[in-house]
Design a protein around this ligand. Structure first.
Ligand code: BEZ
Length: 202
């Protein structure tokens, strides 16, 4: 599959007569909220893990030197905590452009902290897209991130801002915080010693 998903996403959902849609954010959508929303609530999805397995040609890397950004990887029993936004469907034109590097909008069930569930959408880059990089050790991912940058800034800022945002939400994510530790060691910054407080996985 081509990594430019704008045209594919345009035809994926029929938003006729739909007033608002819940969107689940697990990566940059948590801390870079440059779109209008009607409501915002912490939420989780089940059966998925956050992983730095997707290449970024357009934001945190280039086509010849892609950065590493997040996608979701299926794992039975996993829980991925993030932020949900209720948006009007027009917002997807802007978001599809921002997340065009391999991400397709997928249907998902969102679980809110009060036990409520709602149908929603999530951007997901599967292993079939041309920008997919796949697994690597957290140490190797940190080295890759340390060396990458693109039109939206350095790959390290993507990781560090995400880690900070997860801590602020009291979400513990072993994959993200391990990569952060390796990266801080690589760039000689002291770690802050608080890798997150709650025990929710993802
Ligand atoms: C997110 O934050 O949900 C997200 C991550 C990667 C691509 C698109 C969206």
């Amino acid at each position: 599959m081509s990594h430019n998903t704008v045209a594919a996403n345009r035809h994926r959902h029929n938003f006729a007569n739909v007033e608002s849609v819940w969107l689940f954010g697990y990566g940059s959508l948590i801390y870079k909220v440059d779109f209008p929303y009607l409501e915002k609530r912490p939420a989780a999805i089940y059966g998925w893990l956050r992983r730095f397995w997707q290449g970024s040609h357009d934001h945190r890397g280039t086509p010849t030197a892609p950065g590493r950004v997040l996608t979701l990887v299926a794992q039975a029993g996993a829980r991925c905590s993030g932020m949900a936004y209720r948006v009007s469907p027009e917002v997807f034109a802007q978001l599809d452009e921002r997340e065009k590097n391999g991400y397709l909008r997928e249907d998902i069930t969102l679980h809110f902290d009060d036990g409520q569930q709602q149908p929603g959408l999530v951007y997901f880059a599967n292993a079939d897209n041309d920008a997919y990089l796949g697994p690597a050790s957290e140490r190797d991912i940190a080295a890759h991130i340390a060396a990458s940058s693109g039109p939206s800034g350095s790959n390290r800022d993507y990781l560090l801002q995400l880690a900070e945002a997860l801590r602020a939400m009291q979400v513990f994510d072993e994959h993200v915080f391990l990569i952060e530790q390796h990266l801080l060691r690589l760039i000689n910054k002291p770690t802050n010693g608080k890798a997150g407080q709650s025990s929710s996985a993802c």
